[in-house]
Design a protein around this ligand. Structure first.
Ligand code: NAP
Ligand code: LUD
Length: 318
């Protein structure tokens, strides 16, 4: 565990020493990928390999980057992954037909539709995520999987990758979730809402905040465990935090930085410099939650392939 956590190097912020221990998503995700590779090696035959399809509509630059990380991780683990890209002129019906045909393809165990959809036409995102077969929904975004998670049926559903990755990072700290006060900032279907459910069913008392929550700093200050997914660059400031809190930052925001060749850099939703002065544990951005999202997608795909094989065995023995 020690190599996955390290004390944040003293920073100049406010002239004080940093005290938080950094939780490395890069190191934790590497361990997950190594474990999954061993599991895939055991189940792989000349005819069988876990398989994943990532469906993209259009070609947003950020989605291209995330999908290429997913393809790379799949190759490393031994998952047969394909990237299906539909043009940004695709209609809702065309996207639905593509999903149906992948649903019916018995050689595919996992299907995700990378969001947001980038089409010139209006597409109902809810209709699209619910069209994915719940048995292949390795993103855990269909209402069947989300419903099971909200009722605490954790062992019988696919858990969305980002919150699942956050739980894994919290586990690395050794801080137990049961009985703690957890605060989630954001209530989206992909981050905040499933994060709330996961923390709740791991027996935390959970407060979920959103854009209409009055006095956010006060709510954040009550958190033993804080997970932020708001999409607001460096919004959570260190002096909002309870001393020693576990801080998990899901935010990926691009801000201008003239010292970089690209003219920009990536920051989280938490102001890292000040937060690391006060938190007990903190995730960096980049290198925190992002790589865990990718690793958890691999984990869900391997789980789905294992279910598929177990069902084949059941059928054979009947
Ligand atoms: P989203 O769909 O835009 O949802 C943002 C949520 O934050 C909403 O619930 C919104 O409230 C809330 N919010 C916005 N401004 C707020 C404020 N000032 N105070 C309190 N709550 C506020 O975004 P998302 O998809 O959940 O993503 C959130 C962030 O996480 C983004 O930076 C995204 O890039 C990042 N992300 C990272 C990963 C990863 O793997 N690292 C994965 C997914 C997303 P309302 O509901 O009231 O609008
Ligand atoms: N849609 C996701 N849309 C966006 N960062 C990701 C993501 C890797 N259906 C569906 O993959 O799970 C999804 N399912 N998402 N995301 C965001 C979200 C989706 C975000 C970051 C990363 C996937 C990642 O690897 C690196 C890091 O944080 O270290 C690099 C960040 C950078 O931009 O440099």
């Amino acid at each position: 565990m020690l190599s996955l956590l390290r004390h944040v190097t003293p920073s100049c912020y406010g002239g004080r020493r940093s005290i938080a221990t950094l939780i490395s998503g890069n190191a934790t995700s590497k361990l997950v990928r190594e474990r999954l590779k061993k599991e895939v090696d055991k189940m792989k035959t000349s005819e069988f390999r876990p398989s994943l399809v990532v469906l993209q509509v259009g070609s947003r630059e950020d989605s291209n980057l995330y999908i290429s990380s997913k393809m790379k991780a799949a190759a490393e683990v031994g998952i047969d992954a394909s990237h299906v890209r539909l043009p940004n002129t695709s209609t809702q019906d065309e996207v639905l037909r593509t999903i149906m045909s992948i649903n019916e393809d018995a050689s595919v165990h996992g299907l995700i539709v990378q969001l947001p959809l980038d089409s010139v036409h209006t597409i109902d995102m809810e209709l699209i995520t619910n069209a994915v077969s719940p048995l292949k929904d390795v993103d855990g975004l269909s209402c069947i999987n989300a419903g099971k998670l909200s009722r605490g049926d954790l062992n019988n559903c696919f858990i969305p990758c980002t919150p699942n990755g956050c739980m894994e990072l919290i586990r690395q700290t050794g801080v137990s979730v049961a009985g703690k006060h957890a605060v989630v900032v954001g209530r989206s279907k992909i981050v905040g809402a499933p994060m709330h459910d996961l923390l709740l069913w791991h027996h935390a008392t959970v407060t979920t905040c959103h854009s209409k929550t009055p006095n956010l700093p006060e709510q954040v200050g009550r958190a033993d465990i804080l997970v932020v997914g708001a999409g607001r660059a460096e919004m959570v400031h260190g002096d909002w935090l309870k001393e020693g809190a576990v801080v998990i930052d899901c935010g990926i925001n691009h801000v201008a930085d003239e010292t970089k060749a690209s003219g920009k850099r990536v920051v989280g939703d938490v102001h890292y410099g000040s937060a690391s002065q006060r938190a007990g544990y903190i995730t960096p951005v980049p290198g925190g939650v992002g790589p865990m999202t990718v690793a958890m997608l691999m984990q869900n795909t391997v789980l789905s392939a294992q279910h598929f094989l177990a069902n084949l065995d059941d059928k054979d023995s009947q």
